[in-house]
Write a protein that binds this ligand. Structure first.
Ligand SMILES: *Cc1c(COP(=O)(O)O)cnc(C)c1O
Length: 455
Protein backbone atom coordinates (compact mmCIF):
# COMPACT_ATOMS: atom_id res chain seq x y z
CA UNK A 1 0.00 0.00 0.00
CA UNK A 2 1.80 3.15 -1.16
CA UNK A 3 1.60 5.86 1.47
CA UNK A 4 0.36 9.33 0.76
CA UNK A 5 3.12 11.91 1.25
CA UNK A 6 2.34 15.18 2.97
CA UNK A 7 4.27 18.43 2.38
CA UNK A 8 3.82 20.74 5.32
CA UNK A 9 5.02 24.28 5.69
CA UNK A 10 5.98 26.09 8.82
CA UNK A 11 3.38 28.68 9.83
CA UNK A 12 6.08 31.32 9.30
CA UNK A 13 5.92 30.36 5.61
CA UNK A 14 2.34 31.57 5.20
CA UNK A 15 2.56 34.31 2.54
CA UNK A 16 2.60 37.91 3.80
CA UNK A 17 0.74 39.25 0.79
CA UNK A 18 -1.95 38.23 -1.67
CA UNK A 19 -1.02 38.05 -5.34
CA UNK A 20 -2.95 40.23 -7.81
CA UNK A 21 -3.03 38.81 -11.35
CA UNK A 22 -4.28 42.17 -12.65
CA UNK A 23 -0.68 43.44 -12.36
CA UNK A 24 0.54 40.93 -14.95
CA UNK A 25 -2.31 40.83 -17.46
CA UNK A 26 -1.37 41.73 -21.04
CA UNK A 27 -4.76 43.45 -21.42
CA UNK A 28 -6.79 45.03 -18.59
CA UNK A 29 -10.23 43.84 -17.52
CA UNK A 30 -13.31 45.47 -19.04
CA UNK A 31 -14.76 47.93 -16.50
CA UNK A 32 -17.92 47.15 -14.51
CA UNK A 33 -20.95 49.17 -15.64
CA UNK A 34 -23.71 50.84 -13.64
CA UNK A 35 -26.90 48.72 -13.72
CA UNK A 36 -29.07 51.77 -14.39
CA UNK A 37 -27.00 54.02 -16.68
CA UNK A 38 -24.72 51.51 -18.40
CA UNK A 39 -21.75 53.84 -17.71
CA UNK A 40 -18.51 52.62 -16.09
CA UNK A 41 -18.81 52.81 -12.32
CA UNK A 42 -16.41 54.35 -9.84
CA UNK A 43 -15.53 53.33 -6.28
CA UNK A 44 -18.29 55.58 -4.87
CA UNK A 45 -20.95 53.52 -6.67
CA UNK A 46 -19.86 50.42 -4.76
CA UNK A 47 -19.74 52.09 -1.35
CA UNK A 48 -23.27 51.17 -0.27
CA UNK A 49 -22.26 47.52 -0.75
CA UNK A 50 -18.65 47.09 0.36
CA UNK A 51 -16.11 48.60 2.76
CA UNK A 52 -13.70 50.94 0.91
CA UNK A 53 -10.65 48.76 1.60
CA UNK A 54 -12.24 45.94 -0.43
CA UNK A 55 -13.30 48.32 -3.22
CA UNK A 56 -9.67 49.47 -3.45
CA UNK A 57 -8.53 45.86 -3.75
CA UNK A 58 -11.20 45.26 -6.38
CA UNK A 59 -9.67 47.84 -8.74
CA UNK A 60 -6.01 47.58 -7.70
CA UNK A 61 -3.30 46.72 -10.22
CA UNK A 62 -0.57 46.37 -7.57
CA UNK A 63 1.09 42.97 -7.85
CA UNK A 64 1.20 42.24 -4.11
CA UNK A 65 -1.23 43.42 -1.44
CA UNK A 66 -0.25 43.02 2.23
CA UNK A 67 -2.25 40.62 4.36
CA UNK A 68 -3.13 42.52 7.58
CA UNK A 69 -1.50 40.95 10.67
CA UNK A 70 -4.79 40.13 12.45
CA UNK A 71 -5.96 38.26 9.34
CA UNK A 72 -2.68 36.39 9.01
CA UNK A 73 -2.88 35.44 12.70
CA UNK A 74 -6.31 33.87 12.12
CA UNK A 75 -5.08 32.14 8.95
CA UNK A 76 -2.53 30.42 11.18
CA UNK A 77 -5.23 28.39 12.90
CA UNK A 78 -5.57 26.20 9.76
CA UNK A 79 -2.90 27.45 7.33
CA UNK A 80 -0.65 26.55 5.69
CA UNK A 81 -2.97 23.88 4.35
CA UNK A 82 -1.30 20.56 3.48
CA UNK A 83 -0.17 19.55 0.01
CA UNK A 84 -0.31 15.78 -0.54
CA UNK A 85 1.34 13.58 -3.10
CA UNK A 86 -1.47 11.16 -4.00
CA UNK A 87 0.56 8.00 -4.14
CA UNK A 88 -2.46 5.87 -3.32
CA UNK A 89 -4.42 7.30 -6.22
CA UNK A 90 -1.43 7.04 -8.55
CA UNK A 91 -1.11 3.34 -7.71
CA UNK A 92 -4.83 2.72 -8.16
CA UNK A 93 -4.79 4.40 -11.58
CA UNK A 94 -1.48 2.75 -12.45
CA UNK A 95 -0.33 6.04 -13.97
CA UNK A 96 3.17 7.41 -14.51
CA UNK A 97 1.76 10.85 -13.60
CA UNK A 98 2.76 12.52 -10.33
CA UNK A 99 -0.48 13.67 -8.71
CA UNK A 100 -0.55 16.31 -5.97
CA UNK A 101 -3.50 17.87 -4.22
CA UNK A 102 -3.79 20.95 -2.05
CA UNK A 103 -6.36 20.27 0.67
CA UNK A 104 -8.49 23.23 1.77
CA UNK A 105 -10.92 21.06 3.75
CA UNK A 106 -8.84 21.56 6.91
CA UNK A 107 -10.35 25.02 7.48
CA UNK A 108 -12.95 25.73 10.22
CA UNK A 109 -15.82 25.68 7.68
CA UNK A 110 -14.34 22.82 5.66
CA UNK A 111 -13.52 24.71 2.47
CA UNK A 112 -11.32 27.43 0.96
CA UNK A 113 -14.03 30.05 1.53
CA UNK A 114 -12.68 31.04 4.95
CA UNK A 115 -9.61 32.46 3.17
CA UNK A 116 -11.79 35.38 2.06
CA UNK A 117 -14.52 35.51 4.71
CA UNK A 118 -11.94 36.37 7.38
CA UNK A 119 -10.46 39.41 5.56
CA UNK A 120 -13.97 40.51 4.53
CA UNK A 121 -15.11 40.44 8.16
CA UNK A 122 -11.90 42.20 9.23
CA UNK A 123 -12.30 45.09 6.76
CA UNK A 124 -16.01 45.42 7.59
CA UNK A 125 -15.23 45.70 11.28
CA UNK A 126 -12.53 48.28 10.56
CA UNK A 127 -15.06 50.33 8.57
CA UNK A 128 -17.42 50.41 11.55
CA UNK A 129 -19.98 47.97 10.12
CA UNK A 130 -21.90 45.77 12.57
CA UNK A 131 -23.94 43.53 10.26
CA UNK A 132 -23.39 41.57 7.04
CA UNK A 133 -25.97 40.35 4.54
CA UNK A 134 -24.95 37.56 2.24
CA UNK A 135 -26.21 34.61 0.24
CA UNK A 136 -25.11 31.02 0.12
CA UNK A 137 -25.56 28.23 -2.41
CA UNK A 138 -24.67 24.91 -0.85
CA UNK A 139 -23.99 26.53 2.52
CA UNK A 140 -20.20 26.55 2.50
CA UNK A 141 -19.93 30.29 2.01
CA UNK A 142 -22.64 30.94 4.58
CA UNK A 143 -20.75 28.87 7.17
CA UNK A 144 -17.44 30.50 6.29
CA UNK A 145 -18.92 34.00 6.60
CA UNK A 146 -20.73 33.11 9.84
CA UNK A 147 -17.51 31.81 11.39
CA UNK A 148 -15.52 34.92 10.39
CA UNK A 149 -18.30 37.21 11.62
CA UNK A 150 -18.27 35.46 14.99
CA UNK A 151 -14.54 36.20 15.30
CA UNK A 152 -15.12 39.92 14.71
CA UNK A 153 -18.38 40.20 16.61
CA UNK A 154 -20.56 40.98 13.59
CA UNK A 155 -24.11 39.74 13.02
CA UNK A 156 -24.96 37.98 9.77
CA UNK A 157 -28.06 37.24 7.76
CA UNK A 158 -27.67 34.48 5.19
CA UNK A 159 -30.09 33.98 2.28
CA UNK A 160 -29.67 30.30 1.38
CA UNK A 161 -30.79 28.94 -2.01
CA UNK A 162 -33.97 26.98 -1.25
CA UNK A 163 -32.93 23.69 -2.85
CA UNK A 164 -29.82 23.57 -0.66
CA UNK A 165 -31.68 24.81 2.41
CA UNK A 166 -33.79 21.64 2.07
CA UNK A 167 -30.95 19.33 0.96
CA UNK A 168 -28.39 20.45 3.56
CA UNK A 169 -30.00 21.13 6.95
CA UNK A 170 -26.71 20.58 8.79
CA UNK A 171 -25.05 23.47 6.94
CA UNK A 172 -27.79 25.69 8.29
CA UNK A 173 -27.24 24.29 11.79
CA UNK A 174 -23.55 25.10 11.45
CA UNK A 175 -24.31 28.71 10.47
CA UNK A 176 -26.64 29.03 13.45
CA UNK A 177 -23.98 27.57 15.71
CA UNK A 178 -21.66 30.37 14.59
CA UNK A 179 -24.47 32.83 15.40
CA UNK A 180 -25.95 33.63 11.97
CA UNK A 181 -29.58 33.92 10.93
CA UNK A 182 -30.32 31.75 7.89
CA UNK A 183 -33.47 31.89 5.71
CA UNK A 184 -34.48 29.99 2.55
CA UNK A 185 -34.28 32.09 -0.61
CA UNK A 186 -36.45 33.34 -2.19
CA UNK A 187 -37.80 34.63 1.14
CA UNK A 188 -40.64 36.92 2.16
CA UNK A 189 -38.08 39.24 3.81
CA UNK A 190 -37.17 41.25 0.69
CA UNK A 191 -38.99 42.85 -2.22
CA UNK A 192 -36.95 40.78 -4.68
CA UNK A 193 -37.86 37.57 -2.85
CA UNK A 194 -41.57 38.41 -2.62
CA UNK A 195 -41.73 39.27 -6.34
CA UNK A 196 -40.15 35.97 -7.34
CA UNK A 197 -42.35 33.96 -4.98
CA UNK A 198 -45.43 35.66 -6.42
CA UNK A 199 -44.37 34.78 -9.99
CA UNK A 200 -42.96 31.28 -9.32
CA UNK A 201 -44.05 29.97 -5.90
CA UNK A 202 -42.40 26.56 -6.45
CA UNK A 203 -38.98 27.85 -7.52
CA UNK A 204 -35.97 25.98 -6.14
CA UNK A 205 -34.15 29.30 -5.93
CA UNK A 206 -30.81 30.26 -7.42
CA UNK A 207 -27.68 32.12 -6.42
CA UNK A 208 -28.80 34.97 -8.68
CA UNK A 209 -32.00 35.32 -6.66
CA UNK A 210 -30.27 34.99 -3.27
CA UNK A 211 -27.73 37.67 -4.27
CA UNK A 212 -30.60 40.05 -5.13
CA UNK A 213 -32.06 39.52 -1.67
CA UNK A 214 -28.78 40.06 0.17
CA UNK A 215 -27.88 43.16 -1.88
CA UNK A 216 -31.32 44.66 -1.28
CA UNK A 217 -30.98 43.97 2.44
CA UNK A 218 -27.55 45.66 2.55
CA UNK A 219 -28.44 48.81 0.60
CA UNK A 220 -31.47 49.44 2.80
CA UNK A 221 -29.54 49.45 6.07
CA UNK A 222 -26.85 51.82 7.29
CA UNK A 223 -25.27 49.29 9.62
CA UNK A 224 -25.01 46.56 6.94
CA UNK A 225 -22.65 45.72 4.10
CA UNK A 226 -22.94 42.96 1.57
CA UNK A 227 -20.38 40.14 1.24
CA UNK A 228 -19.84 37.82 -1.71
CA UNK A 229 -18.01 34.49 -1.49
CA UNK A 230 -16.73 34.29 -5.06
CA UNK A 231 -16.66 36.02 -8.49
CA UNK A 232 -15.27 39.43 -7.46
CA UNK A 233 -11.62 40.41 -7.96
CA UNK A 234 -10.96 40.93 -4.25
CA UNK A 235 -12.31 37.47 -3.41
CA UNK A 236 -10.06 35.82 -6.01
CA UNK A 237 -7.18 37.91 -4.65
CA UNK A 238 -7.64 36.55 -1.11
CA UNK A 239 -7.69 32.98 -2.43
CA UNK A 240 -4.22 33.32 -4.01
CA UNK A 241 -2.81 32.31 -0.66
CA UNK A 242 -3.58 28.73 -1.83
CA UNK A 243 -1.43 28.87 -4.96
CA UNK A 244 1.39 30.77 -3.28
CA UNK A 245 1.66 28.12 -0.57
CA UNK A 246 1.50 25.42 -3.24
CA UNK A 247 4.44 27.02 -5.07
CA UNK A 248 6.62 26.59 -1.99
CA UNK A 249 5.30 23.10 -1.26
CA UNK A 250 5.92 21.93 -4.83
CA UNK A 251 9.47 23.19 -4.40
CA UNK A 252 9.77 21.07 -1.24
CA UNK A 253 8.61 18.13 -3.34
CA UNK A 254 11.29 19.09 -5.86
CA UNK A 255 8.67 19.37 -8.58
CA UNK A 256 6.66 21.93 -10.57
CA UNK A 257 3.14 21.40 -11.92
CA UNK A 258 2.75 20.73 -15.63
CA UNK A 259 -1.01 20.72 -15.20
CA UNK A 260 -3.21 22.54 -12.66
CA UNK A 261 -6.86 21.52 -12.19
CA UNK A 262 -9.56 23.34 -10.27
CA UNK A 263 -13.35 23.31 -10.25
CA UNK A 264 -15.20 26.49 -11.12
CA UNK A 265 -18.43 27.75 -9.59
CA UNK A 266 -17.79 31.47 -9.39
CA UNK A 267 -14.08 30.89 -10.02
CA UNK A 268 -12.44 31.66 -6.67
CA UNK A 269 -10.77 28.39 -5.61
CA UNK A 270 -9.62 27.82 -9.19
CA UNK A 271 -8.13 31.33 -9.33
CA UNK A 272 -6.63 30.80 -5.90
CA UNK A 273 -4.53 27.85 -6.96
CA UNK A 274 -3.90 28.84 -10.60
CA UNK A 275 -3.30 32.60 -10.68
CA UNK A 276 0.10 32.64 -8.95
CA UNK A 277 1.34 30.06 -11.51
CA UNK A 278 -0.32 31.85 -14.47
CA UNK A 279 1.28 35.09 -13.27
CA UNK A 280 4.68 33.44 -13.18
CA UNK A 281 4.14 32.16 -16.71
CA UNK A 282 3.20 35.68 -17.85
CA UNK A 283 6.45 36.94 -16.29
CA UNK A 284 8.38 34.41 -18.44
CA UNK A 285 8.24 31.58 -15.90
CA UNK A 286 7.49 27.93 -16.73
CA UNK A 287 4.46 27.10 -18.89
CA UNK A 288 1.51 25.48 -17.15
CA UNK A 289 -1.56 23.84 -18.60
CA UNK A 290 -4.50 25.08 -16.58
CA UNK A 291 -7.85 23.27 -16.61
CA UNK A 292 -11.08 24.74 -15.24
CA UNK A 293 -13.73 22.08 -14.61
CA UNK A 294 -17.43 22.85 -14.43
CA UNK A 295 -20.67 20.82 -14.31
CA UNK A 296 -22.48 20.10 -17.58
CA UNK A 297 -25.66 21.20 -15.80
CA UNK A 298 -24.28 24.73 -15.34
CA UNK A 299 -21.81 25.09 -18.24
CA UNK A 300 -20.78 28.73 -17.89
CA UNK A 301 -17.32 28.56 -19.48
CA UNK A 302 -18.07 25.90 -22.10
CA UNK A 303 -21.50 27.08 -23.28
CA UNK A 304 -22.02 30.56 -21.86
CA UNK A 305 -21.52 33.80 -23.77
CA UNK A 306 -18.73 36.29 -22.96
CA UNK A 307 -20.78 39.43 -22.47
CA UNK A 308 -21.83 42.08 -19.99
CA UNK A 309 -24.43 40.72 -17.60
CA UNK A 310 -25.90 41.31 -14.17
CA UNK A 311 -24.63 39.36 -11.21
CA UNK A 312 -28.15 38.78 -9.87
CA UNK A 313 -31.70 38.13 -10.98
CA UNK A 314 -33.24 41.44 -9.90
CA UNK A 315 -30.46 43.44 -11.66
CA UNK A 316 -29.34 45.32 -8.56
CA UNK A 317 -25.62 44.58 -9.01
CA UNK A 318 -23.26 46.27 -11.48
CA UNK A 319 -22.94 44.66 -14.91
CA UNK A 320 -19.65 42.86 -15.44
CA UNK A 321 -18.15 41.26 -18.52
CA UNK A 322 -18.03 37.52 -17.95
CA UNK A 323 -19.00 34.14 -19.33
CA UNK A 324 -22.68 33.91 -18.51
CA UNK A 325 -25.73 31.73 -19.00
CA UNK A 326 -27.98 34.76 -18.44
CA UNK A 327 -29.05 36.17 -15.08
CA UNK A 328 -32.52 34.60 -15.32
CA UNK A 329 -30.97 31.12 -15.64
CA UNK A 330 -32.12 28.73 -12.88
CA UNK A 331 -29.83 25.69 -12.95
CA UNK A 332 -31.07 22.17 -12.21
CA UNK A 333 -30.92 21.12 -8.57
CA UNK A 334 -27.83 18.94 -8.91
CA UNK A 335 -25.67 18.22 -5.90
CA UNK A 336 -22.66 20.47 -6.37
CA UNK A 337 -24.63 23.47 -5.12
CA UNK A 338 -21.51 25.64 -4.99
CA UNK A 339 -21.15 25.33 -8.77
CA UNK A 340 -24.65 26.54 -9.61
CA UNK A 341 -24.01 30.16 -10.57
CA UNK A 342 -25.06 31.65 -13.92
CA UNK A 343 -21.86 33.66 -14.36
CA UNK A 344 -18.11 33.30 -13.93
CA UNK A 345 -15.59 35.62 -12.31
CA UNK A 346 -14.65 38.40 -14.78
CA UNK A 347 -10.97 37.66 -14.13
CA UNK A 348 -11.36 33.93 -14.86
CA UNK A 349 -13.45 34.76 -17.96
CA UNK A 350 -10.76 37.18 -19.15
CA UNK A 351 -8.04 34.58 -18.56
CA UNK A 352 -10.00 32.17 -20.73
CA UNK A 353 -10.36 34.78 -23.51
CA UNK A 354 -6.58 35.26 -23.36
CA UNK A 355 -6.17 31.53 -23.99
CA UNK A 356 -4.55 30.92 -20.60
CA UNK A 357 -6.97 28.21 -19.43
CA UNK A 358 -8.84 25.26 -20.92
CA UNK A 359 -12.43 24.79 -19.78
CA UNK A 360 -13.97 21.34 -19.45
CA UNK A 361 -17.44 20.15 -18.37
CA UNK A 362 -18.48 16.85 -16.74
CA UNK A 363 -21.71 15.20 -15.67
CA UNK A 364 -22.32 14.78 -11.94
CA UNK A 365 -22.39 10.95 -11.96
CA UNK A 366 -18.87 10.62 -13.40
CA UNK A 367 -17.69 13.15 -10.81
CA UNK A 368 -19.16 11.12 -7.93
CA UNK A 369 -17.48 8.03 -9.36
CA UNK A 370 -14.14 9.89 -9.37
CA UNK A 371 -14.76 11.12 -5.80
CA UNK A 372 -15.37 7.56 -4.59
CA UNK A 373 -12.18 6.32 -6.28
CA UNK A 374 -10.30 9.18 -4.65
CA UNK A 375 -11.80 8.57 -1.19
CA UNK A 376 -10.87 4.87 -1.30
CA UNK A 377 -7.29 5.69 -2.22
CA UNK A 378 -6.64 8.85 -0.19
CA UNK A 379 -9.05 8.69 2.74
CA UNK A 380 -10.73 12.04 2.15
CA UNK A 381 -14.38 12.36 1.11
CA UNK A 382 -14.43 15.31 -1.30
CA UNK A 383 -17.15 17.95 -1.53
CA UNK A 384 -19.28 17.32 -4.65
CA UNK A 385 -17.87 20.57 -6.09
CA UNK A 386 -14.28 19.42 -5.58
CA UNK A 387 -15.11 16.07 -7.20
CA UNK A 388 -15.16 17.91 -10.53
CA UNK A 389 -11.51 18.89 -10.09
CA UNK A 390 -10.68 15.32 -9.08
CA UNK A 391 -12.41 13.94 -12.17
CA UNK A 392 -10.40 16.38 -14.29
CA UNK A 393 -7.16 15.36 -12.57
CA UNK A 394 -7.88 11.65 -12.92
CA UNK A 395 -8.58 12.06 -16.64
CA UNK A 396 -5.25 13.84 -17.07
CA UNK A 397 -3.47 11.07 -15.17
CA UNK A 398 -5.10 8.46 -17.40
CA UNK A 399 -4.01 10.44 -20.46
CA UNK A 400 -0.44 10.30 -19.12
CA UNK A 401 -0.82 6.53 -18.84
CA UNK A 402 -1.97 6.32 -22.45
CA UNK A 403 0.86 8.51 -23.72
CA UNK A 404 3.41 6.94 -21.36
CA UNK A 405 4.35 10.42 -20.09
CA UNK A 406 5.15 11.23 -16.48
CA UNK A 407 3.66 14.67 -15.96
CA UNK A 408 3.01 16.49 -12.74
CA UNK A 409 -0.64 17.27 -11.92
CA UNK A 410 -1.73 19.66 -9.17
CA UNK A 411 -5.38 19.45 -8.08
CA UNK A 412 -7.15 21.88 -5.79
CA UNK A 413 -9.24 19.88 -3.34
CA UNK A 414 -11.38 22.83 -2.32
CA UNK A 415 -13.30 21.20 0.52
CA UNK A 416 -14.51 18.07 2.27
CA UNK A 417 -17.91 16.49 1.72
CA UNK A 418 -18.87 15.65 5.30
CA UNK A 419 -22.05 17.73 5.03
CA UNK A 420 -22.87 16.14 1.69
CA UNK A 421 -23.23 12.53 2.72
CA UNK A 422 -26.89 12.50 1.63
CA UNK A 423 -25.64 13.17 -1.89
CA UNK A 424 -23.31 10.17 -1.61
CA UNK A 425 -26.16 8.04 -0.23
CA UNK A 426 -28.31 9.08 -3.19
CA UNK A 427 -25.44 8.29 -5.55
CA UNK A 428 -24.99 4.79 -4.09
CA UNK A 429 -28.76 4.30 -4.16
CA UNK A 430 -28.87 5.07 -7.89
CA UNK A 431 -31.06 8.09 -7.27
CA UNK A 432 -28.89 10.71 -8.97
CA UNK A 433 -29.33 11.58 -12.61
CA UNK A 434 -27.36 13.56 -15.11
CA UNK A 435 -29.47 16.59 -15.89
CA UNK A 436 -29.55 17.40 -19.56
CA UNK A 437 -29.48 21.08 -20.02
CA UNK A 438 -31.95 22.46 -22.50
CA UNK A 439 -30.75 24.54 -25.51
CA UNK A 440 -34.00 26.48 -25.72
CA UNK A 441 -33.87 27.50 -22.10
CA UNK A 442 -30.28 28.68 -22.53
CA UNK A 443 -31.20 30.67 -25.64
CA UNK A 444 -34.06 32.26 -23.74
CA UNK A 445 -31.92 33.23 -20.74
CA UNK A 446 -29.25 34.64 -23.07
CA UNK A 447 -31.82 36.67 -24.99
CA UNK A 448 -32.31 38.65 -21.78
CA UNK A 449 -28.70 39.92 -21.71
CA UNK A 450 -28.52 43.69 -21.14
CA UNK A 451 -28.68 45.82 -24.27
CA UNK A 452 -25.29 47.39 -23.49
CA UNK A 453 -23.82 44.43 -25.41
CA UNK A 454 -25.35 45.62 -28.67
CA UNK A 455 -23.56 48.96 -28.48
C1 LIG B 1 -18.10 27.30 -3.05
C2 LIG B 1 -17.28 26.14 -3.37
C3 LIG B 1 -16.81 25.93 -4.68
C4 LIG B 1 -17.15 26.80 -5.84
O1 LIG B 1 -16.85 28.17 -5.71
P1 LIG B 1 -15.60 28.82 -6.39
O2 LIG B 1 -15.76 30.27 -6.13
O3 LIG B 1 -15.67 28.51 -7.86
O4 LIG B 1 -14.41 28.26 -5.76
C5 LIG B 1 -16.00 24.83 -4.91
N1 LIG B 1 -15.67 23.97 -3.92
C6 LIG B 1 -16.11 24.15 -2.65
C7 LIG B 1 -15.72 23.16 -1.61
C8 LIG B 1 -16.92 25.23 -2.34
O5 LIG B 1 -17.34 25.41 -1.10
Amino acid sequence: MPATVKYLLDEEQIPRSWYNLQADLPEPLAPPLHPGTGEPIGPADLEPLFPMALIEQEVSVERYIDIPDPVRDIYRSWRPSPLYRARGLEAKLDTPARIYYKYEGVSPAGSHKVNTSVPQAFYSKEAGISRIATETGAGQWGSAMSYAAALFDLTVKVYMVKVSFNQKPYRRAMMETFGAECVASPSMDTEAGRAILAATPDTSGSLGIAISEAVEDAVHREDTKYALGSVLNHVLLHQTIIGQEAEVQMEMADDYPDIIVGCTGGGSNFAGIAFPFIGKQLRDGPQVEVIAVEPKACPTLTRGRYAYDFGDTAHLTPMVKMHTLGSSFVPLGFHAGGLRYHGMAPLVSHVQELGLLTPRAYHQLECFEAAVTFARAEGIVPAPEASHAIKGGIDEALRCKQDGRSRSILINLSGHGFFDMQAYTDYFGGKLQDGVYDDNELAMALSGLPSVNQA
